[in-house]
Design a protein around this ligand. Structure first.
Ligand code: MG
Ligand code: ZN
Length: 174
């Protein structure tokens, strides 16, 4: 079984609600946070399977088409690959926030589905997110958790950015 690192997208890998972008509805609006691609590269080189798990309720709400979302994710994977990182798959929940689906975080559906398809060792995997619902989803899946940000949280680790969390993540997965 393989160990995985599940990364939330918005606020962990790329900017949202910043000076230049509100939400990412097209590839041109995808700006990686400083050091994010390098962090994914470090985690890739350490031998972990990297996945992105992201709530994209904007699809269900009609703000962007699934086709466009896939283009955004292709760009994300390319930008990370340019720094030597590898994102195995970008899983997303396209449903409306109140649809009650199993995939939208804080539910663990996306993580459980990936675990089944890729034979992942969830107890020795990590969920990284910048929102309490990411941490909840990680816990429901039985993973360790890393919170990006300064809010109080019950995550195993807290760090200001993914870049600054890399050392702790590697320590946590030893
Ligand atoms: Mg987020
Ligand atoms: Zn869903």
């Amino acid at each position: 079984m393989k160990k995985a690192i599940f990364l939330d997208r918005d606020g962990v890998l790329n900017e949202v609600l910043s000076d230049r972008v509100k939400f990412v509805n097209m590839p041109e609006q995808l700006f990686l946070l400083e050091g994010a691609a390098e962090a994914v590269a470090d985690l890739t080189k350490a031998g972990y399977e990297i996945f992105v798990v992201t709530n994209q309720g904007g699809v269900g709400l009609g703000f962007l088409k699934e086709r466009e979302l896939k283009r955004i994710h292709e760009r994300l994977q390319v930008l990370v690959a340019e720094k030597g990182g590898h994102i195995k798959e970008v899983a997303y929940c396209p449903h409306k926030p109140k649809a009650g689906c199993e995939c939208r975080k804080p539910n663990a559906g996306m993580l459980l589905d990936l675990a089944e398809r890729y034979n992942l060792d969830l107890a020795n995997s990590i969920m990284v997110g910048d929102h309490e619902r990411d941490i909840e989803a990680g816990k429901k899946a039985g993973c360790k958790t890393v919170f990006i940000g300064s809010d109080p949280t019950k995550a195993d680790i807290r760090a200001p950015s993914l870049f600054e969390a890399v050392g702790d993540i590697l320590e946590l997965l030893k």
